[in-house]
Design a protein around this ligand. Sequence first.
Ligand code: SAM
Ligand code: SF4
Length: 554
Amino acid sequence: MGNHTYFLETFGCQMNILDSQLVEGQLRAHGMNPVADYRDAGVILFNTCSVREHAEHKVISRLGRLRSFKRDNPDTIIGVIGCMAEREKEGVFAKAPHVDLLCGPGELNALPALIDEVRRRNERVTALAGSLSRRTEVLQRALEYDSLEALNLSRTPDLEGEVLQSYIRVQRGCDKFCTYCVVPFTRGAERSRPATHIVDEAVMLAERGCREITLLGQTVNSYVHQQGGRAVPFARLLERVSDVAGIDRIRFVTSYPADWDEDIFRVMRDHPRVMPYLHIPAQSGSDRMLRGMKRGYTVASYLELMDTARKYVPDIALAGDMIVGFCGESEADFRATVELARRVEYQNLFVFKYSPRPGTKADRNMTDDIPESVKQTRCNELLAVQAEIGAALRQRYVGRTVEVLVEGYSKLTRKARGHGKSELRTRGKSSHAMGRSRSATEQSASGNADRSAFANPQASEQERSSVAANVVPQSAPGETAQLLGRTRHDVIVLFDAPPAYRGALVTVQVESATPHTLFGRVIEVGSPPLAVKPRHDRGGVSLPVAPNAAVVSD
Ligand code: SAM
Ligand code: SF4
């Protein structure tokens, strides 16, 4: 085990995946190298999630398994970073006294220095927003923002798997304070990043081989940044990112219904590089529940927004989140949620059982009165309804051709080639653990096609980086394998093709569909994969190939 090695496991949302990538960049710049087995690491880090209790339990359980390891290896540094560190603060030490380091999501830029400090002082170190109490709140927010911005600006992705499909943070924090949600407490106040920084990041990523960018924010459509005395709203930012040469696909998550600006639909309609996909959670189909959640819209206004979306972008794919079993949810409230899901016809729906979070308004002022068994039954029913909707939607693709960005091997292929995984042994960079961070019942019945590839259907949006990161491009000439890619609507497609197609936009003829997956055959390579074409000269070239034929390198 070396002092200069680290093992990082990531739990939670896309924001955490991005934070982990940025942290890894910093650790590597600091001369540290990743290892696949925690037992070989000088530093073991968990980037944590607090959105539901279940996610925190997982981290506590991981830490529990490290107790005897730390006793036998006292020099190994164990760190808890991200939302759980921020929420639990020193409480983490009470639950896991062998933890050496706590670092909140706003302080991640300091991580290499914190690790050095633990080594130098041989004592615990914490960097949390709450521990900076001597600063005034305004100054504190500014310093946190600067620290996080420095982390974003330090980005230098050098791992192939990070680049093909990349996240860019456009906004940090959240000011909405939905009554059930811990995010405003763990990630702090909402701040939009300068548009110029975001566009520069997109250019840098494009130059390194990125083809798809997902802009990240808790309420991404609320993005607005003042530049030269003028406000840049999200619609303008989208346009500017879609002008970046080399980026073929732009997505954005998560949208907040109450802040919608119709101009965003115009940009989606007029800019073909902005994908026709909108993740815009309703959370409930009952106005009474929406009021209790303080979501700021009604079911009628949400439905009106979905109708407007379809007016501008008729083939738009809609995705959402629903919470079942929120405080006081009656059978009628739940029926209204099922009704809304049927009415909207989501392509992907992520269903969560309400989990009370300490410090939130719902936890302080409302009663978590829906029994676990009822939450579970409602969750199962909503998932079953969504499975039906998702299956019907995917069936409609059979016989059609779709544009697919090839991400890499399917899970089946990866398994066959021995690229498996095991908890706590593999590096979190490839997000294995993250993919399991929502329980089997807190999942989507929709998005995830490669059943074998993703035990957790959340993966449609959340695990894309894990697929990319696990691709092993070396292959024998003429070899084909089952590959995985996604359509413009974020539907997973499996097909046989040469592994060298990774990174290419291909046209696939869809031959069959299961409730979660399309299966087809490649009929055209729309633009050559990165491997066979210089990066500065990508796109625009049509290179027809026979199905399963190898791409000829130029
Ligand atoms: N900012 C996004 C939005 O408002 O749509 C969502 C961010 S949150 C990290 C992701 C999802 O987790 C939410 O949409 C909600 O469905 C779910 N969630 C948040 N807090 C929860 C809680 N206390 N219990 C269950 N689900 C929760
Ligand atoms: Fe949480 Fe609501 Fe903010 Fe989303 S909008 S992060 S659910 S407080």
